[in-house]
Design a protein around this ligand. Structure first.
Ligand SMILES: NC(=O)c1ccc[n+]([C@@H]2O[C@H](COP(=O)([O-])OP(=O)(O)OC[C@H]3O[C@@H](n4cnc5c(N)ncnc54)[C@H](O)[C@@H]3O)[C@@H](O)[C@H]2O)c1
Length: 418
């Protein structure tokens, strides 16, 4: 089986390697010269995929290309391109449209096209289908197969990877679902059939929205629990002992990555076409996006209590990625937080084993590589990402003043949890 993966990023590359390992002939197409050149030179740009993994793919015959003509024809085409927000905060499907154009030109009778990019329910049928039919002259469900299969990749997760995470497939027709099931059954352990593409699209957004809303719930609780003198972290620890009906979510400095801050907007966009808002998502968005400001205020308050103004204070940010133990900085809340601290005159530096250089609004932020020296220098340390490289007890011992946004540092007079 010949498989083309369009978009070789956090979603496409892990899929490509799994398909190669399952014995399929895989080509990767990406519009980025840099990414394609890197992969062909054996370099991975994605967390969880090592250079050795890329070497293994190349040895098994994988090729990456920016040349559409060199990419086809194919039995299966999987679209894994970005779905960001437009300036008006609505869906930006330009990459999906462009990739669909590529797929349409490369598909032949009997090809399966699977969309993995997260988008609002109806995208596969209303956006992808007409473009494919126009470019190919074939009809979906008769001449070729079309399905949506949401990616559930969890970067940095040591237990669940592509293979052992159940894969949802929803086709335009039952035959499309059959074709998608037959393909994905070769590369992952369990395939879950959705009623149609719309339910598969909705399932993905439901998963993301569920996390978004629950994180907002605990973030809002964190703010009022502090005023009520309640240790929310301890309350969550206690509540989490209930063996049923409760799942623990934890407060933090804000949400990052793609799935939480961006994807639920795709759903609220779709709901708004009905003439009313999706209030839960919009409220969650508002609460989560306010967290960097809240952390800045807490930092200022803490410094003030120790007779230090923010203006001129040396503030060290620990962990500036959006998630622990990965290098991805997309939508990281560390950036708005640093922006706010800088605007108040703080001298901001950062330490992060995964981030060699870091900019905020085009300005480089000073990187500290010697953790102990950085901790000793700082008037205030803010723990943003509890990377495994950070020993919480050591941080408590070495920092003069510490704001712990992850609730992992042991209690001490100079340590404050969010
Ligand atoms: N990163 C995650 O953890 C994750 C998890 C689940 C779902 N998703 C979804 O998967 C989709 C892809 O996300 P990602 O994180 O892999 O993005 P990414 O930015 O890491 O990778 C996308 C790749 O597509 C390429 N590209 C853009 N336009 C193209 C085109 N027209 N043709 C070919 N290549 C093109 C880019 O150069 C890039 O290499 C998004 O819809 C995202 O919401 C991401």
């Amino acid at each position: 089986m010949d498989v083309l993966v369009i978009g070789l990023g956090y979603v496409g590359l892990p899929l490509a390697i799994q398909a190669v390992r399952s014995g399929l002939r895989v080509t990767g197409y990406d519009t980025s010269e840099q990414i394609v050149a890197g992969l062909m030179a054996g370099r991975s740009h994605v967390d969880d995929i090592s250079d050795a993994d890329v070497a293994e793919m190349l040895a098994a015959g994988f090729r990456a290309t920016t040349d559409e003509a060199a990419a086809g024809p194919q039995d299966v085409i999987v679209i894994c391109v970005p779905t960001p927000l437009s300036e008006a905060d609505g869906p930006d499907l330009s990459a999906v449209r462009a990739a669909t154009g590529t797929a349409g030109r490369l598909l032949r009778s009997g090809t399966l096209v699977s969309l993995e990019s997260t988008s609002y329910p109806g995208t596969t049928e209303e956006v992808v289908r007409p473009l494919l039919e126009k470019a190919s002259g074939l009809t979906a469900g008769i001449g070729f197969w079309l399905a949506f299969s949401p990616e559930r990749i969890d970067p940095g997760n040591p237990v669940y990877g592509f293979r052992n995470t159940p894969k949802i497939v929803g086709g335009l027709t039952p035959s499309c679902t059959d074709a998608a099931q037959a393909f994905y059954a070769q590369i992952c352990d369990q395939v879950v059939r959705a009623k149609s593409a719309r339910e598969a699209e909705m399932a993905k957004l439901m998963e993301n929205t569920y996390r978004h809303v629950n994180i907002a719930l605990v973030n809002e609780m964190a703010i009022f629990c502090r005023e009520l003198d309640i240790d929310l972290w301890d309350a969550i620890r206690c509540a989490a002992t209930k063996p049923f009906g409760f799942q623990a979510f934890y407060p933090g400095p804000g949400v990052g990555g793609h799935c939480i801050p961006i994807d639920p907007n795709y759903l609220s966009y779709k709901v708004r076409t009905l003439g009313y808002p999706f209030r839960f998502v919009e409220l969650a968005q508002e609460i989560n996006s306010r967290m960097p400001s809240y952390v800045t205020d807490r930092a200022a308050e803490l410094l003030n209590r120790h007779a230090k103004p923010v203006n001129g204070a040396k503030v060290l940010l620990l962990g500036v990625t959006y998630k622990r133990d990965i290098a991805d900085q997309r939508e990281t809340p560390a950036r708005p937080l640093a922006r706010k601290l800088l605007s108040r005159g703080a001298q901001v530096s950062y330490h992060d084993p995964y981030v060699p250089d870091w900019q905020v609004d085009g300005q480089a932020v000073a990187r500290r590589t010697d953790l102990d020296a950085a901790l000793a220098d700082a008037d205030l340390v803010i723990l943003l990402q509890a990377h495994q490289a950070y020993d919480p007890a050591h941080l408590a011992g070495a920092a003069r003043l510490l704001l712990d946004t992850r609730g992992v540092v042991p209690d001490a007079p100079h340590v404050e949890a969010l």
